[in-house]
Design a protein around this ligand. Sequence first.
Ligand code: ADP
Length: 400
Amino acid sequence: MCGMNILVINAGSSSLKYQLIEMNDNSVLAKGLCERIGVDGHVKHSGNGKTYDKLTPLNNHAEAVKAVVALLTDNEYGVIKDMNEIGAVGHRVVHGGEEFSESALITDEVIAAIEACVPLAPLHNPPNLVGIRACAEVMPGVPQVAVFDTSFHQTMPPKAYIYALPYEYYTENKIRRYGFHGTSHRFVAARAAEMLNKPIGELKIITCHLGNGSSLAAIDGGRSVDTTMGLTPLEGVPMGTRSGLIDPAIVEYLCSQRGMSVKEVTDVLNKKSGMLGVSGGASDFRDLFDQAEKGSERAKLAISIFGHSVRKSIGALAASMGGIDVLVFTAGVGENHVRMRAIILEGLEFLGIEVDAEKNQSCRGEGDLSAASARVKTLVVPTNEELVIAMDTKQLTVNN
Ligand code: ADP
């Protein structure tokens, strides 16, 4: 392999995020974002100590990948001499269905299998595939790897992933719990075990990935055994704009009471519910707390609903795996929002979770919040999904 740099790509419908990671020391050499692909085009890049921010026509994802390679090899903003210094490309792929319980080196068969998962993630898998094809076109011969949001949860037992619906909906339509944020849950659980200097095989860990999208996972002996998200990322705790778990009968009721179509209801559940729906103004937790401070009762209510739901899910997942040794907070809210963490943790002492308020207050980045008397360790572990993608990519491409 020529060079130990791995390009990590996260392709959305009109965007493409990237990082070039040097695998000898896991450092990020350059990163950026192409936006408004197919609309007009906007490229933001930082590399070589400089930032680049320009409107650039981008008709499709292949043009975006070309723009990325041009910037990575640029005299002023670049960090590598030429494309040969990109050893491999790792792609985030949202849905791997039951096909993928691990990351996969991309071949025609793998592309066909990702294609077969499109009905399960119609908004996400198609742009992920476009990103893969664009890289194959611009960087022929550079090995590519797919890393799935779902694969870590493939170890769940049927009692956790089969919905109590007619069984043929599972066998014929693939309806089951898949779970998401798998790269994040896997990474922070492994890091938590390292921080505690204990083999992950001996630990029952609950990981709380709390960001715009939020999910929790029960990880027993290093394997995901339960999680809050389901067939789609709409299930589980309420989120920035997603409802999370609701009574499924609400859909039909809304259709009849408000004359909405199922599509309209689904759109509301995804984009106008959660913190935004309850507060009436904010989906972002910083804005939500600002509004609560200014006296908004609905913002306060949204915060308490979120705290209640996450707390309840921690209890449910502890019961699901018969105990808890470690609780981990990660992602934007979990890593940074001191007050949201404190609200979630109120009343969990019965599980052995006790947090030192000072430690919660002063934690920056990685940290142990546990009180001296706590039976359960409560940790903050910053997630790094790009690094997981790069490490899997390296593992599947070096010496292959
Ligand atoms: P995504 O799911 O889009 O990856 P993130 O993990 O970036 O989301 O989380 C975004 C959320 O994290 C927002 O609600 C934001 O308010 C919150 N957040 C991000 N940084 C901070 C911070 N420094 N302090 C408090 N909250 C933060």
